[in-house]
Each structure stands twice: as structure tokens, then as C-alpha cells.
Design a protein around this ligand. Structure first.
Ligand code: F6P
Length: 421
């Protein structure tokens, strides 16, 4: 039996309501595998913590804090949008990572993120082998955008989907009550980047034809202004009001986002946001209806109070599976959620190769969107419905959720060299 080696866990990219449940799954499972995993460290601000040798000593956290991670939203250790470029373009960053891993005897790397992070985990596994310092790298899925391939869904999505469906249903009741003499159109902007999964989830708010939301705008469907305005007018004439869910990633016929903030993140992604008011103004200008709009923004991905129980359970399960794969020596894999039945929803976890996952974006298929491009089909409902099932309320104190904050004790640095970001 070889000596146990230490493990490093990092959160990456946009955070979710349940990413800390995954961390809890990793932490609790690692504790059961002490013959393989010695100490478990977390990166302060994700991979940046590894590059700057800023590791968090998880053994210094209280049991209560570690237990509380399961119901605390956002990234407890800090997340980062920091892209490690290709090996040939920026070998120094990968070498630094391996140098830090070597200094702390890290033999297991758990990278909890989306498409780009799967690519990084894959590259680290390749370079470690090349530099004679093998590291077992396991990517752990997470993204509210739900755009990773080979997994039924991505932890984080089910909870955003539930928040958006619940909020759409509630706001629709509000606008319906005001419509005769006041607001006729309500617009909710949701996240999702190039994939319309979150927008599609808004469709769960309605159950039969004509129910709100009457219009969903997907990034997968090119925005058609006349068809959109006709649909809104028709809804107001038939129902008295119209509820619109719009994805931040909707593009016009010119291929440009309807709203782009003009900034880009470290991955080169355009910062999106602001399409809600653009759509609302268009309605006012062309149809004259009074409107309200809301941008769900961080509210949607931080909404742990209304998280989906299914999502929380899946988030925890992928963390657990990641550790089990690692101690079995499975390298460059990602625990994927496999649906075995929709009604009742049944799922299991199986490994997927990182080479098949990295940098692939899964969009909403055309058969999930109605022929007119403004709604979801039965097939979409069958897929989406189980993902929002169940509630998993956090404990409350003084009327507010009692979330935890980590102590964040730093591991003593062992390297003399510093790394400039
Ligand atoms: O990638 C997940 C996501 O929530 C996207 O839906 C959204 O466009 C983006 O993150 C926002 O990222 P940030 O918080 O870095 O601006």
C-alpha cells in the first residue's frame, strides 16, 4: 500500500446555489478514504489559490461549518474566472501549478467547474504525467448554464430552473392582477449564456396553452422582431397581459447579442446582461404597453432558499463520486449524471472522459422548442420537470437563512518563489 497523498479542491467560474454541496460531498468522502487521501486543501479563489500557493487548510474548519456547506450558496472558498491557456502558449502557469502540487504533495486535483475547467483539469493531468509528477485529475460538473455534454444535467441548473419557474409564476399573477388598468407586460431576463436551458425552465411556470410565460426568447432561435411583437400583441389581446422570459444570450439576425455589456472575462466570453430592458423598451415603443422588467442576475444563481432538492442531492453525489473515482486511480474523468427514468426520475452517476467533455457546449435541442420558437414542448417538460423537484430549505435564524462562512486558515507556504497573476 502506497503512502496517502494530499488532495486539492478548487471552485471555478460562475458559482451556484449548490456548488458548496459538492464541496461537502468531496470533503465528507475524502475523510472516509484516509488511506489514500492525507490532507484536503481548497484553493482560495479557485485555481488562483493554487498558482499563488494560497491553500486553505480544511482541517481547521469546524464540523458545523463543514456541515453547513451543504445548504450555503455561492463559492465558500472563492471561485475564479482565470483561464489557463494552451500548454504551448503558457506552459509556465501549468509548471507553476505542478510546482505547488509537488511542494504540498498533492496527488489528487478536483476541479469543480464548467466547460473551460474540464479542459484545464485535462491539461493538468497531461502535463503532470509529462513532468514526471502524476496527478489524478477529476473534473466535477457545475454550471447553471447546463451546457456540459454527457451528463443529464449540471449541478446548479436545477435550482436556477426552480427559482426562475417559481418567480415567473409569481410575477405572472402580479401582472395579471394589474393588467386592466396598469402594467400589461412583464419581462424577466435570465442567465445561460449561449444556451437557453434556464429560459426554457421559465416555461415550467405554465401548464397549458396560453398560460404565462406566453413568450420565451431563446439564444438558439434568432430574434425575429415582427414575429415577437405579433405574439406579444396577441397575448395582451387574448389574456390581458403578456409575460416574457428572455435569455441573456439572445442574438439578432446580424449574429450579435441584443445586449452585450462590452466587456469580456478572462476566457474571452462577452459579459452579457441588459437584454431585459431592451426587450421591454421595444414593446413600449412599438406597441405602447406599460411594462415592468427584472434581471434575475445573481439572485437566480444564489437562491439557495428555494433550491431544488434533486439538484442538491446530485451536487453532493458528484462530489462523492469524484473522490471515489480518484482513489480508484481513475484519471481525467468527470462524474456524469445519467438519467435512467423520467417518471419517476431516476439517475445514477457514471464516469465520462474529460477529452469528450472539455470545451463542448450542449444547447437546447430544436425539438424542445415549439414550432413558433416562443415556447417549450412536451419533450422539454419531460426533461426539465424532474430537475426542479423537491425542496431543501436551509435552516433559518431570526427570519433569515443561517448560512456559514469558512474560517479560511492558510496552509503554510513552502515555496520561496512568488507567482504574479
Ligand atoms: O457561466 C455561468 C454564468 O452564470 C452565466 O450564465 C453568466 O453569463 C455568467 O456566469 C456571469 O458571470 P460573471 O459572474 O463572471 O459575470
Amino acid at each position: 500500500m502506497s503512502q496517502p497523498r494530499n488532495a486539492f479542491y478548487a471552485q471555478s467560474g460562475g458559482v451556484t446555489a449548490v456548488i458548496n454541496a459538492t464541496a461537502a460531498g468531496v470533503i465528507e468522502t475524502a475523510a472516509k478514504h484516509r488511506r489514500h487521501i492525507g490532507r484536503l486543501y481548497a484553493g482560495r479563489d479557485g485555481i488562483v489559490g493554487a498558482l499563488t500557493e494560497d491553500l486553505i487548510d480544511l482541517s481547521a474548519e469546524s464540523r458545523a461549518t463543514l456541515r453547513g456547506l451543504r445548504y450555503t450558496p455561492a463559492g465558500a472558498f472563492g471561485s475564479a474566472r482565470f483561464k489557463l491557456k494552451g500548454l504551448d502558449q503558457n506552459r509556465a502557469e501549468y509548471e507553476r501549478l505542478i510546482e505547488v502540487f509537488r511542494a504540498h504533495d498533492i496527488g489528487y486535483f478536483f476541479y469543480n467547474g464548467g466547460n473551460d475547467s474540464m479542459d484545464t483539469a485535462l491539461k493538468v493531468s497531461q502535463l503532470g504525467a509529462e513532468l514526471g509528477y502524476p496527478v489524478t485529475c477529476v473534473g466535477i460538473p457545475k454550471t447553471v448554464d447546463n451546457d456540459l455534454p454527457l451528463t443529464d444535467c449540471c449541478p446548479g441548473f436545477g435550482s436556477v430552473a426552480k427559482y426562475v419557474a417559481v418567480s415567473t409564476r409569481e410575477a405572472a399573477l402580479d401582472v395579471a392582477s394589474m393588467a386592466r388598468t396598469s402594467t400589461k407586460v412583464f419581462v424577466l431576463e435570465v442567465m445561460g449564456r449561449h444556451a437557453g436551458w434556464i429560459a426554457a425552465a421559465g416555461g415550467l411556470a405554465g401548464e397549458k396553452a396560453g398560460d404565462p410565460p406566453q413568450v420565451i426568447l431563446f439564444p438558439e432561435i434568432t430574434f425575429d422582431e415582427p414575429a415577437f411583437l405579433f405574439k406579444v400583441k396577441q397575448s395582451v389581446e387574448n389574456n390581458g397581459y403578456c409575460v416574457i422570459v428572455v435569455s441573456e444570450g439572445v442574438k439578432g439576425p446580424d449574429g450579435k447579442f441584443l445586449a452585450e455589456a462590452g466587456t469580456r472575462d478572462a476566457f474571452g466570453h462577452a459579459q452579457l446582461g441588459g437584454v431585459g430592458p431592451v426587450i421591454a423598451n421595444l414593446v413600449k415603443e412599438k406597441l405602447g404597453y406599460k411594462y415592468h422588467w427584472a434581471v434575475a442576475d445573481y439572485l437566480q444563481r444564489a437562491a439557495r432558499h428555494i433550491a431544488s432538492k434533486t439538484d442538491v442531492e446530485q451536487a453532493w453525489a458528484v462530489g462523492k463520486a469524484a473522490v471515489e473515482y480518484a482513489v480508484r486511480g481513475m484519471n481525467a474523468v468527470m462524474p456524469a449524471i445519467v438519467r435512467t427514468s423520467s417518471r419517476p426520475y431516476r439517475w445514477k452517476i457514471e464516469p465520462a472522459a474529460l477529452t469528450d467533455v472539455a470545451n463542448v457546449e450542449k444547447k437546447v435541442p430544436r425539438n424542445y422548442i415549439t414550432a413558433d420558437g416562443f415556447g417549450i414542448t412536451k419533450a422539454a417538460r419531460t426533461y426539465l420537470q424532474p430537475l426542479i423537484l423537491g425542496e431543501d430549505y436551509p435552516p433559518y435564524e431570526n427570519g433569515l437563512p443561517a448560512y456559514v462562512r469558512i474560517r479560511g486558515k492558510a496552509v503554510k507556504k513552502r515555496l520561496k518563489t512568488q507567482f504574479k497573476l
